[in-house]
Design a protein around this ligand. Structure first.
Ligand SMILES: Nc1nc2c(ncn2[C@@H]2O[C@H](COP(=O)(O)OP(=O)(O)O)[C@@H](O)[C@H]2O)c(=O)[nH]1
Ligand SMILES: Nc1ncnc2c1ncn2[C@@H]1O[C@H](COP(=O)(O)OP(=O)(O)O)[C@@H](O)[C@H]1O
Length: 219
């Protein structure tokens, strides 16, 4: 029997580069499961789990959560997902995380969103999220139908504590120091696909065309 090739992909890019927005479009067009480390951490914070309490102290400071904490959380979640195609968003963010992921799974594709930092700073102050689902809005780019209210549930939207301008600057510095080397790591493995631009609507068709070469599109 021939084993079915599973699609195991990662989407990377600085905070606010559009990983969540593009992941949503990917999930709507292709059959795969999306796992966002940020959403998972925020869920743990909301539920006040042990991991959530620890993670919050780092996230609110604009720092990365320690490698061992996030790696355990994500690898466990991937195990629960079993034999499915998946897209990991926000993990790995350091070389040790990428190495730990490699030991557990073969990653065939890494989508890198290369968006200039100035573009990002402007976007993040206008970001609003629905904490229950992780749905993301932007007061300019994709505003909710009713200001401050989630389109689907009617529940209130919130701004993320870590989207304050000074915290965003810290997160971007952390990205340069700790996450940029991960791009090199995947480049060396020959799996990195970089998509550059300042607008999601212009980047998305290129990502979609690329994925069509890898996965069947859903009707
Ligand atoms: N102005 C503008 N905002 C965008 C664009 N693409 C995404 N956004 C918004 O920018 C913010 C960051 O996007 P998100 O997908 O959350 O990025 P992530 O942090 O990489 O997951 C959100 O508020 C999005 O709605 C775009 O092309 N233009
Ligand atoms: N792989 C990870 N390693 C360490 N910390 C993480 C990781 N993923 C998320 N975090 C923490 O959660 C915060 C929010 O993550 P995320 O929602 O992915 O941010 P963004 O979408 O803006 O890049 C990060 O700033 C970081 O503190």
């Amino acid at each position: 029997m021939v084993a079915r090739m599973l699609f195991r992909a990662v989407i990377m890019g600085p905070p606010g580069s559009g990983k969540g927005t593009i992941s949503d479009r990917i999930v709507k067009n292709f059959a795969l499961k999306h796992l966002s480390s940020g959403d998972l951490l925020r869920l743990n914070i909301q539920r006040k789990t042990e991991i959530g309490v620890v993670a919050k102290t780092y996230i609110d400071q604009g720092q990365l959560v320690p490698d061992d904490v996030i790696t355990r959380l994500i690898l466990q979640e991937l195990n629960n997902m079993g034999e499915q195609n998946w897209l990991l968003d926000g993990f790995p963010r350091t070389v040790p995380q990428a190495q730990a992921l490699d030991e557990a799974h073969h990653i065939s594709t890494v989508i890198d969103l290369n968006v200039p930092f100035q573009t990002i700073k402007d976007r993040l102050t206008a970001r609003w999220i629905h904490p229950g689902s992780g749905r993301v809005y932007n007061t300019e780019f994709n505003p909710p139908k009713v200001s401050g209210i989630d389109d689907i549930t009617g529940e209130p939207l919130v701004q993320r504590d870590d989207d304050k301008p000074e915290t965003v600057t810290k997160r971007l510095k952390g990205y340069e120091a700790l996450t940029r080397p991960v791009l090199q790591y995947y480049q060396n493995k020959g799996v990195l696909q970089t998509f550059s631009g300042t607008e999601t609507n212009k980047i998305w068709p290129h990502v979609q065309a690329f994925l069509r070469t890898k996965l069947p599109e859903q009707p």
